[in-house]
Design a protein around this ligand. Structure first.
Ligand SMILES: [Zn+2]
Ligand SMILES: [Zn+2]
Length: 331
């Protein structure tokens, strides 16, 4: 199919005649020309195996663990496609049925119920430029297929609920060179919000019920996002198992089933608000993650379905702006 450009950008968009509710001599209506980002979700199921022919069976097993086992294993993938552009006279960035068709033709019809290692040439490991079909590499391969068809601003690919990758529109280069890899984990902990130099009454005036003397607990959801270039052969931003181990060793194990104020030294002197916990986690993880070759991008700590704190570790804290990838999904 032809490339889908945002309709308001094309000459044909104005040649289509008056849009709904707009007389032939009327000016802009329905936001025509104003920019907007739209998202479309698609799903597919596929299998893969992490196995590099140049490595011995022992080395494959050591590097990729159970992902190296024959004949492979599968995932139910969820893809979120974010597209941007000005609205046309019909109040749309793009016609959704055309978007749906492009995603089906270029991606899901080619991948659904397939063995990824044998689908696209990017994953043909007998070629020197072949790479493992990791979530990062798969997301980038999808980008190269959709970018000529749709005005992409971002892609998110979920392998599971606890592992996903984001790519963002790179500006002038045709394919994003870096990926954002996120992992989700959780821990349960209690805390009390109170400053020791204040009276109980003063603390309750600031922190409300959270200042009650014996604390309360949360099931915290922790999302850690790292960014980096995708390795040309392994298809990975970093060693996923090593990243998960760092988060487990430095955060989950010391924080889980604790009373944070008393059991985690940092919070003896720092009020363990969600914000302070997220900042402390970012401080704990930054250097060890840098040692793996990736960079810590963001820590998101969700205390309850109603509140979360996000720390963007790479930007000066007073200039924190949520990255464009936030347009991709809610929550
Ligand atoms: Zn897998
Ligand atoms: Zn609380």
């Amino acid at each position: 199919m032809e490339s889908l450009q945002p309709r308001a950008m094309t000459a044909t968009a104005t040649a289509q005649g008056p849009a709904h509710g707009q007389g032939p001599t009327q000016g802009p209506a329905h936001g025509r020309g104003r920019p907007c980002v739209i998202t479309r979700r698609a799903t597919f199921s596929a299998s893969h195996r992490y196995w590099l022919p140049e490595l011995s069976p022992e080395d494959n097993q050591a590097r990729f663990g159970p992902c190296s086992l024959a004949p492979g294993h599968g995932h139910n993938y969820t893809l979120i496609v974010a597209m941007g552009g000005p609205l046309d006279g019909d109040g749309m960035v793009l016609n959704l049925s055309e978007v749906k068709h492009a995603i089906r033709a270029e991606v899901t019809a080619q991948l659904d119920f397939r063995y990824l290692n044998e689908t696209w040439p990017e994953f043909d490991l007998s070629r020197p430029e072949g790479r493992l079909p990791t979530t990062e590499a798969l997301c980038q391969a999808i980008w190269t297929r959709l970018a000529p068809k749709l005005p992409l601003v971002g892609l998110r690919l979920h392998e599971t609920d606890t592992l996903w990758v984001d790519l963002l529109a790179p500006g002038s280069t045709p394919t994003p060179m870096e990926a954002f890899l996120s992992i989700r984990t959780h821990f349960a902990a209690a805390h009390r919000l109170a400053r020791p130099e204040l009276s109980q009454g003063e603390n309750e005036a600031i922190y409300g019920k959270c200042a009650r003397p014996h604390g309360h607990g949360h099931n915290y959801l922790l999302d850690v996002t790292v960014r980096g270039p995708i390795d040309a052969r392994t298809g990975m931003v970093c060693d996923l198992a090593a990243l998960q181990q760092l988060v487990d060793d430095l955060v989950v194990e010391p924080f889980d089933h604790t009373f944070l104020n008393k059991d985690v030294e940092h919070f003896a002197a720092t009020v363990p608000t969600a914000e302070n916990i997220a900042l402390h986690i970012a401080d704990l993880l930054s250097a060890p993650i840098a040692a793996t070759g990736a960079r810590l991008h963001k820590v998101r700590l969700q205390e309850s379905p109603n509140n979360a704190a996000e720390v963007f570790a790479e930007t000066p804290q007073l200039e924190m702006v949520p990255a464009a990838l936030e347009a991709l999904v809610a929550g």
